[in-house]
Design a protein around this ligand. Structure first.
Ligand SMILES: Nc1nc2c(ncn2[C@@H]2O[C@H](COP(=O)(O)OP(=O)(O)OP(=O)(O)O)[C@@H](O)[C@H]2O)c(=O)[nH]1
Ligand SMILES: [Mg+2]
Length: 373
């Protein structure tokens, strides 16, 4: 069978293992014939302007919120400008939510916890937005996409809004997009923002830098794992939640909790003036959620009184500024019309040992500064 006619998802190993065929399209003889026939014209509503978007968001209109987030997530330059104008307008109305980051190894129960905790918060009358930072999303398209179906109850709750992880791109990538989405959600009146991330690589550090309270979800019976666990990630957390404290696992969960508490005693707290504690919970049986919310509330009151809350937010905004500068510099360098074509050649010369790294970098920067894009 002709390879071209196979759908793009066919399995290389079993090429005949599919039932559909992609047929070649029919050449359009008269380009205008479809256009003339108005039936085939796509009906598009006029795009909302920045003022209309801002108004819609402030009214808490979800369709407008979703549209605006799409604008922020777009990698098109003209969308970027429009999104920035919108953010500028909404900035005075943002900042009123409590921002909570949630991390943990795959399978720790982050999504199940968010489903339970989010629903619990909605029942208290709060509006909850769930965002995700997925380090794999730029490659795989985002595993968190599937979570919307996993967080079934929460996604149907009128007080909740779930947004899967954006994919990376130029102009700041996932990092910027999540922060800006957070601001939009705040302007739309959400009281709590939950940001989920898988605890692998650098994503937990990125999320720590954008939230007020950071939570690490762990499994029971950490035992040896506890010893080997990166001290670093524990030092980022304001609370450690031992999940799955139910059934036969409950006893072990309580033991794990006290083990963590002992270790925490020797670690630097993530937030000045706050003692990081370990607690247990069962996301499936909705146990321990009130305690966790109380803990977050106490944290908020304490840090607001001490000034730490505002200090952290100021610090985060400063970090954000600098990380955006780095993003822009990288973008302008690697996409520079002189640098881009030169790079593969120079890279080859360096790899093959014909040129030193220093001289390569010098040449690239010369090309960069001589002719601006
Ligand atoms: N018994 C019990 N099982 C739980 C609990 N919370 C989560 N689980 C189970 O643990 C498994 C993993 O849960 P997820 O919520 O998908 O875990 P996650 O951390 O989001 O995983 P990734 O998205 O892959 O990083 C699922 O089979 C859940 O049903 C709990 O409180 N008790
Ligand atoms: Mg998950």
């Amino acid at each position: 069978m002709d390879k071209d006619k196979k759908p793009e998802w066919f399995d290389e190993k079993n090429p005949d293992d599919f039932t559909s065929i992609v047929r070649k399209g029919v050449e359009l003889k008269n380009e205008t014939s479809f256009v003339k026939n108005r039936k085939f014209q796509k009906k598009t509503r006029p795009e909302l302007n920045v003022n209309e978007l801002a108004e819609g968001i402030l009214e808490g209109n979800r369709t407008v919120l979703a549209k605006s987030i799409t604008l922020i997530e777009s990698n098109a330059e003209h969308h970027f400008r429009k999104a920035q104008d919108l953010l500028q307008k909404l900035l005075p109305y943002s900042g009123n939510a409590i921002r909570i980051g949630i991390t943990g190894v795959p399978g720790a129960g982050k999504s199940t916890f968010i489903e339970a905790f989010g629903t619990f918060l909605c029942d208290l009358g709060l509006k909850v937005a769930v965002l995700a930072v997925d380090p794999s999303s730029s490659i795989s398209g985002g595993s968190i996409l599937g979570d919307k179906t996993r967080m079934e109850q929460l996604s149907r709750n009128p007080r909740a809004y779930i947004r899967p992880s954006p994919s990376a791109g130029k102009l700041g990538g996932v990092h910027r997009k999540t922060r800006e989405t957070m601001l939009l959600c705040e302007a739309a009146g959400f009281d709590v923002i939950l940001v989920e991330t898988v605890g692998v690589g650098q994503s937990e550090v990125i999320v720590r830098d954008m939230v007020d309270f950071f939570m690490l979800i762990v499994l029971t019976g950490a035992g040896d794992e506890l010893q080997g666990m990166k001290k670093g990630i524990m030092e980022l957390a304001d609370a450690i939640v031992v999940n799955k404290a139910d059934g036969s696992n409950k006893k072990l969960a309580l033991k794990t909790k006290s083990e963590y508490n002992q270790i925490l005693h020797f670690l630097q707290p993530a937030t000045k003036g706050w003692e990081t504690k370990a607690v247990t919970c069962s996301s499936i049986y909705h146990e321990g959620l009130q305690e966790i919310w109380d803990l977050i509330h106490t944290f908020e009151v304490k840090t607001k009184t001490s000034g730490m809350f505002e200090e952290r937010r100021r610090e985060q905004t400063k970090e954000w500024l600098y990380s955006m500068i780095v993003d822009h510099l990288q973008f302008s360098f690697f996409y520079h019309k002189e640098v881009k074509p030169l790079l593969p050649k120079i890279e080859n010369e360096v790899i093959s040992g014909n040129r030193t790294v220093t001289s390569a970098v010098e040449d690239l920067f010369r090309a960069y500064s001589e002719k601006e894009t």
